[in-house]
Each structure stands twice: as C-alpha cells, then as structure tokens.
Design a protein around this ligand. Structure first.
Ligand SMILES: [Zn+2]
Ligand SMILES: [Zn+2]
Length: 377
C-alpha cells in the first residue's frame, strides 16, 4: 500500500464524506447511475470479477472503488447494501489500511528480492514485478471481507509487460478476487484487458450541476462553487480537493493563464516554456500532468464555444481565445496535448515532447485575440 507524501491533484482519492455528502447514494456525487449498477450487483451477489472505471482525474474513480470496497467489507451495511462508513472495516478501507485491499500504483511494493523500494527509485510506471505480486497475493483467501480487492490506480500507468502479466490474472481470477482498474481513457488500454472488465464510465457533470452539488452537498459558498466549477471541468472530486488545498487551485489557475499567454507567444517564448515544463517533469510529474489536464480543459472550453455548444462555465480567457480561432484549432490543440501526455508517460525525452507540443499549439493573432492580452482567468 503506497501513500502520497505530497498532495497532488492527479490522485483520485475519495472526496471527503460527511453528513451532507451522504445525501448522494454511497456519498458519491454525480454518478447515481454507476453507483446504482454496482449497488444492485452487490445486493444480488453477482458482481463481475473485474471492473474498469474510466474518467478524467478527479472524476470519482478512486472514490467509487473505495465505496465498493466498503460495501463489500462493511460490518453493518444498510438494507440496500450501502456501507455505513463508520464501522471499523469501513474506516480501515477509507484509511487505506484494510488487509484485504491493495492499491497498486507507481512506486508500490513488490516481492522481488533485491528490488529497492520503488517509491524511491523514480519509477514512472507500474512495474511487472508489482503485477507479479498481485498474481501471488490473489491466490490467498481474504482475511475479513468477502473479496480480496486490488485497485489498479491507474491502468494508464502499467508498463506494457506489466499489462500483459495482468492479463493472466484477468483470464483466470480466483473467485474471491475483485480487480478494480481505474483509467483515464479506456481506448488507451490493451483491448484484451478492456474486454475482460465490465466498464463503467464516469462522465463529467455539467458545470451548473457541479456548482449546485458543491453548494448542496459540501456547503461551499455560491461564489466559490462557481469558481471551482469553472476550474474543475465537471469533476466533483477535483473541485473538493481544490477547495481543501488552495495550492492545487493556484496550480490550475496558473496553468490556464499560461495557456492564454502561450497561444499569443512567439517561438522563443514557447521553447522557454517547454524547457521550464521539462525541468518540472523531472521532479514534479503530477503537477505537470495537472497542467496538461488544465490545458485540455481550457481547449475543451474553446471548442465548446467555437462549436456553438456553450452551456457551462467558460473561463474568460477561453472565451476570448474562441473569438480568434476555429473549432479545428481547438481539436488540433486537444490532440497535441493528448499526444504529449502519452509520450511523457512513455518516458520519451520530455524536452523534445514538450517542444513538439509548443510547435503544434495554434498561434492566435489578430484583433480578435486582443482580449487575451489582458490578464484574465
Ligand atoms: Zn461499515
Ligand atoms: Zn520490483
């Protein structure tokens, strides 16, 4: 079980729960359909042996995995199989201390003798030795719960060989095992892995719904809820983490402002930005991923406006940019950011990847883009 030494918003931990949040089923806001499907499966005793929860960081994949684990471990579940969240088992799961649940992430433990601690060796992927440990531990009976649960957090991070090794466990899982795979994008996984899991997609909430949920379930003041909703791109978990940790919010605000500058910047400025980002990648991987994620959100806003689909909360800078570009520019930018993310995760030379990204980003010019030159969020 690995723990994060520093808070990052790339992780997908459950949103804080409390009496107010409990109004939503299982305390999960915005995903009634997903919770309903899992709840019925638990009640009927016909859970699949492997689930794939897909959605962007902060959408609630980790929270859903935690609640499902609690539903299967709870000492005093409600009649509808809702976990109580207060018994010893529920609290152990929440704290990441349940003996029946292992979360497999970058830098986690393995069984190989002679392997130093992967949390200290700058691992950038989930290694094959970590998956071999899953295979071994999966054959052991659970201690207290009905199932031994493995949370692959996230499947995006699996080394190719590790993904192939995991297939073996997915093909012949012991009946007491439940595999929960979390992934940003199901399309990016090996089709053989995806086809062996029951997939549940967690879609972002519409901005007005997220704003209302932050007020209703978390008691956040309306003006802050509106600002968080604009930055969180429909993700309740991400909004709650930014609420709890203002540094995460500053990181995303700064990233949005940076993109508003970059679309007007010349080649030299863009290369400087690539260099700075590449340096950050060597020590603050998660913050770079959060920056790219924010940039995608910014361009999705631009795309929404240029395509005439406006409906949510759009940042002022994205609105200004949309005056100076076509939907195609936004689509190309989104593709370029996605490619850069994939190449960074595949350990391609970061400076090169980011320079290519900077060259691929549209250059906005003309009087329409002037609105961007004034500082705006
Ligand atoms: Zn409980
Ligand atoms: Zn190892």
């Amino acid at each position: 079980m690995s723990t994060d030494a520093t808070p990052t918003d790339a992780s997908d931990a459950p949103a804080p729960s409390g009496p107010q949040a409990s109004e939503a089923p299982w305390g999960i806001v915005g995903h009634d359909h997903a919770v309903g499907a899992l709840r019925r499966a638990v009640e009927a005793g016909r859970l699949a042996h492997a689930y794939l929860f897909t959605g962007p960081p902060g959408a609630g994949k980790g929270a859903l995995a935690t609640r499902l684990a609690q539903a299967l471990s709870c000492d005093t579940p409600a009649e509808d199989s809702a976990p109580c969240l207060v018994c010893r088992s529920c609290r152990q799961v929440e704290a990441g201390e349940s003996p029946d649940i292992e979360r497999i992430r970058i830098g986690g433990v393995c069984d190989e003798s002679g392997h130093p601690d992967h949390s200290g060796d700058r691992s950038t992927r989930i290694r094959i030795c970590q998956v071999r440990r899953v295979e071994r531990v999966a054959s052991l009976a659970p201690f207290r719960s009905r199932r031994r649960i493995f949370v692959i957090d996230t499947a995006d991070d699996l080394q190719t060989e590790a993904a192939h090794a995991l297939l073996k466990t997915l093909e012949e899982p012991p009946p007491t095992v439940l595999l929960l795979m979390l992934a940003t994008d199901g399309d990016a996984l090996l089709p053989t892995i995806r086809s062996r899991c029951q997939e549940i997609a967690l879609r972002p909430m519409p901005a007005p719904a997220l704003e209302a949920a932050l007020v209703a379930h978390a008691g956040i003041a309306e003006h802050e809820a509106r600002e968080l909703s604009a930055l969180a791109q429909g993700r309740y978990g991400l909004a709650m983490r930014m609420h709890a940790d203002p540094s995460l919010r500053v990181l995303r605000e700064t990233a949005a402002e940076e993109m508003a500058r970059l679309v007007l910047a010349d080649r030299n400025e863009r290369f400087d930005a690539a260099e700075t980002l590449a340096q950050r990648w060597t020590r603050e991987r998660d913050s770079v991923l959060a920056t790219l994620d924010t940039w995608r959100g910014w361009w999705r806003d631009v795309l929404q406006v240029t395509a005439g689909l406006e409906g949510g909360v759009i940042s002022e800078s994205a609105r200004a940019a949309s005056e100076a570009c076509a939907p195609r520019d936004a689509v190309l930018a989104l593709q370029a950011i996605q490619r850069a993310r994939e190449h960074l995760l595949a350990n391609t030379n970061a400076q090169l990847v980011l320079e290519v990204l900077m060259l691929d980003l549209p250059v906005l010019a003309g009087k329409e883009a002037r609105g961007l030159a004034t500082p705006a969020g």
